[in-house]
Structures are given as structure tokens and as C-alpha cells.
Ligand binder design. Structure first.
Ligand code: GNR
Ligand code: NI
Length: 167
């Protein structure tokens, strides 16, 4: 097990489109375990592989109140969406900023599990929001992209300033 370093906006590596996993092997299972450890330590309710500088389609989430319901999704695909919901989102790659984002309120997702077996998951509420947020990461998209350009630029400037003072 290992804690992984989380990249921060506006790091260009967060903008890459991640590649599908071809085989769920021991290396991928190790990545999943390290991502879960990193997510719980942060603490966060989700983490996508590109946030830890691995441009592959792997996501972990746990939106349960007790933090005892880890789910890993390899090559996740949203196969249906229903309704709309606005929720305040944050991101471990944009620490300190929280803004409202509109998403589908109910989704059905197809993915591979840590054994490489396909499964489907229906989600609503925080879990649905979190899974959509994580799949966006796999496509190089961040929650700040849903904000106005002026808000996004303001957040970017503050993040760049934080980075300068921590170097
Ligand atoms: O920890 C997280 N909390 C959160 C809250 C509302 C909507 C989405 C999230 S995901 C975030 C962790 C993260 O950055 N995952 O990519
Ligand atoms: Ni995020």
C-alpha cells in the first residue's frame, strides 16, 4: 500500500484523456488499492487515476456516511441518465474551492470490477454526482469547467499563487 501524490489544477496532466484498461491485472489492482488508501487519507469520496498521474480509466468512490463502501470502476461508462440535480462540489485537485454544479440525478453505470468482471450499478444522490465527477476526470474534465470563465480564471489564479508560495 502507498499514499499517492495528487496533482493540482491547473496541471496539464489533469487535461489528458485517459486510455481504457486492456487487462485488469495485478498492477491495476495495486493501483486501485493505493488509490483507495489515498482517497480515504485525503479524505475524499472519490478519486480518478489521472489525479495521481496515471492516465488510465480507473476510478474509486465511497460516498457512504461511514466510509465503509468502497467501489472501484474500471473503464466505467454511463449507460443511462435521468433527472437533474444541483450539488456543491469540491475536488482534491482543486482544494479549498466549492461550487454548485448541475448533473444527472440518477445514472446507470457499466464497468469492470477489480477481477475484470463486468457489472452494472445504479446510483443517485451523492454517489451519482461523485461517479459523474470521476468519469469527467478520465476525459480531462474538471468541475471548474462548468463554472463561468471568470470564476474559473479566479480559481486558477489563486491555485497558481498557492503553488508559488509552497515551492
Ligand atoms: O472528495 C470529493 N468530494 C466531492 C464532493 C462533491 C462532489 C464531488 C466530489 S469528488 C471529491 C474527490 C475528488 O476530487 N474526486 O475526483
Ligand atoms: Ni475531483
Amino acid at each position: 500500500m502507498a499514499l499517492l501524490h495528487i496533482l493540482r489544477f491547473p496541471d496539464p496532466r489533469l487535461r489528458l484523456v485517459s486510455a481504457p484498461v486492456s487487462v485488469v491485472d495485478e498492477t491495476i489492482r495495486q493501483l486501485i488499492d493505493d488509490m483507495l488508501e489515498t482517497m480515504y487519507a485525503a479524505p475524499g469520496i472519490g478519486l480518478a487515476a489521472p489525479q495521481v498521474d496515471v492516465a488510465q480509466r480507473v476510478v474509486v468512490v465511497d460516498a457512504s456516511p461511514e466510509g465503509d463502501a468502497p467501489v472501484c470502476l474500471v473503464n466505467p461508462e454511463i449507460i443511462s441518465r435521468e433527472g437533474v440535480e444541483i450539488m456543491e462540489e469540491g475536488c482534491l485537485s482543486v482544494p479549498g474551492f466549492h461550487e454548485n454544479v448541475e448533473r444527472a440525478s440518477r445514472i446507470k453505470v457499466r464497468a469492470l470490477d477489480r477481477e475484470g468482471q463486468p457489472f452494472e450499478l445504479e446510483a443517485e444522490g451523492l454517489l451519482a454526482v461523485c461517479i459523474q465527477h470521476e468519469i469527467d476526470h478520465l476525459d480531462g474534465k474538471l468541475f471548474v469547467d462548468y463554472l463561468s470563465e471568470i470564476k474559473r480564471k479566479r480559481i486558477q489564479k489563486k491555485m497558481e499563487k498557492q503553488r508559488r508560495f509552497s515551492m
